[in-house]
Ligand binder design. Sequence first.
Ligand SMILES: [Zn+2]
Length: 293
Amino acid sequence: MTDLTTKTPPEIDAVIHELGYQRAKLIAHMEGLHTAAHRARTGRYPDPARAAKLDAHAAEYAPQIAAVTDQLKPYHDEFDRRGGWTRAYLVQSNGGHVHGSMHCSTCFPRTKFAWLTNYSGQDEVEIVYAAGELACTICYPSAPAEVLNRIGEIRRPSDLEREQRAADKAARDAERTAAAVVEPATGKTLYKTDRAASNAAVAALDSLRWYGTDHPSVDEWEQTVNTAITALAAKQGLDPATLRADYEQKADKKFATTARKALRELKQQRVDIVVDDLMPGLQTWVRDNGIPA
Ligand SMILES: [Zn+2]
């Protein structure tokens, strides 16, 4: 048998809490069976045999409940032997407070409490300080205003979850902002990422090469290239003209590779290549480079 006289109030209350929970569960099961038995007996189609069976099943819980009650007794006795100690309970729902007892007049029979056994036996002043804004002013009428105005270390799970969600969202927003490519002059987001800006510039440079300078979208493509590369350069701390030259060079290389491949495929299909029927960009390329061997 453990010597309870050496145990701290939080240690003792933690055991009472755990055993009390087990006991409550057993009682709930037993009551559920009794209710079912009552219904079987008095319902529209009475079934006494079933009712008796349910009652017998319920009765099986009695010794278990009695055993847990016996286990609890020395812990309750130790509480009484020491003349009791302070206890704190948190009502976890929205707007819930920290109370000194579960019989607080501001609570209801169905109010759900979380027993804060870590605070058992602490000075009321300490508990009130830890509860801060959550301290119940009925249970702790002496709580000073400056304590009631601050956030204490005891927090409602719902508040912690809400704060966590807000922090997660702020982190995501910050990440998005950091990733975004913005117009240097206005700060307006042009692209969500560097890659998106780069892809837009590459696609527009490609179109400029394939469709030639007479295409109606030329101005639009040119503007896309200019806007995307200027914004990327500003974000990456690069010189826009140098960055543009890099992109042009890569676009030329990619276009040349694709052009050569397309012309070779046409030759393999033994098609007579009519330069005037090719896409404008290919026509220019053939004029400058000839048909590849
Ligand atoms: Zn209270």
